[in-house]
Design a protein. Structure first.
Length: 313
């Protein structure tokens, strides 16, 4: 649950920053008419909505299992993270591309309040930088020795990767907006503003696609990490369990793992001894990997020496 708590802290920091940034960007757009400011304002609104969706998903995922959903609602966090990718693609990316095309077709310079967008963008960079720093700090607490790319690809909790990518994209988007606005002020050519807006749109579409691919994999059902699988396999063996015939794991949610295994038992053991061996193996699994909440162990015999039975038998 610590990872989820860290995720919530990063989400709340990003939500507060984006709400404040969105207001200032909209004001800057109204004063100057810069399309990159409008694209960035909509981007911040989309990010704020996304963070609210992540918080809602976390709350709904915490519901207790019931008869209709016996394995609980943990995957609801994945569903809301997938919705975030759709919102980022449509509301953020496609809108920015449309606005860039519109501004390219009808370019006009920034004629009033020329200093406003520069100040707003610099302030926004500071606020986004604070949010990004919080996301990095919380991610480092659970990232271990993984690279950042590996962390985004392998994380089972979707909140931190989503906030990391959103904040990273927001900072790059602000740089693109600053470039477009600055060049427009220098050259009096509004097409620079359109180019900056187009860059923001392309960036948001790319990030949305990456998020969609990663959350789709989580929705389909991912196994435990190789480290956890090895730990579970090692924990099963011992006290009446000579070996593991086959093992399957599945994440029911970011912090809830299903473990199903066929384990070898001896023909010399009684039913009571086999039951005791299974109970012991379950206790060892939970001690080795605390996220293993649902465990099913099936006792079986090895049909031939050194050969495992068919996993689907």
């Amino acid at each position: 649950m610590a990872a989820h708590g860290g995720g919530n802290k990063a989400i709340i920091a990003a939500l507060g920053a984006n709400l404040g940034i969105a207001v200032t960007k909209f004001l800057a757009f109204l004063l100057t008419g810069a399309s990159s400011m409008l694209a960035e304002a909509v981007h911040s609104v989309a990010d704020s909505g996304n963070q609210a969706l992540l918080l809602l998903g976390g709350k709904r995922a915490a519901r207790q299992a019931d008869e209709r959903h016996p394995f609980g609602y943990g995957r609801e966090r994945y569903i809301y993270a997938f919705i975030v990718s759709i919102v980022l693609f449509s509301v953020g990316g496609l809108f920015a591309l449309y606005e860039a095309w519109h501004k390219w077709e009808d370019p006009h310079p920034i004629e009033s309040w020329q200093w406003v967008p520069i100040v707003v963008l610099l302030v926004a960079m500071g606020m986004e930088g604070f949010s990004f720093r919080t996301a990095i700090t919380e991610s480092n607490a659970v990232r271990g020795q993984q690279s950042w790319v590996a962390f985004v690809r392998n994380a089972k909790s979707p909140e931190l990767p989503v906030v990391l990518l959103e904040d990273f994209g927001a900072l790059i988007g602000l740089v693109l907006a600053l470039f477009g606005v600055s060049m427009t002020l220098v050259t009096d050519d509004g097409r620079w503003d359109a180019l900056g807006t187009a860059g923001i749109g392309v960036l948001l579409v790319v990030i949305a696609v990456v998020l969609a691919i990663e959350t789709k994999s989580l929705l389909l059902g991912e196994s435990a990490t190789r480290k956890d699988v090895d730990a579970i396999s090692a924990a099963i063996v011992g006290d009446g369990v000579p070996s593991v015939i086959h093992l399957r794991t599945l994440h029911l949610g970011p912090e809830e793992l299903l473990v199903a295994a066929k384990i070898e038992v001896s023909t010399r053991e009684s039913a009571a001894e086999i039951a005791a061996a299974i109970d012991g193996a379950e206790a060892r699994i939970r001690a080795a990997v605390p996220t293993a909440r649902v465990i099913y162990l099936e006792p079986d015999l090895r049909r031939t020496s050194g050969a495992a039975v068919d996993p689907d038998a």
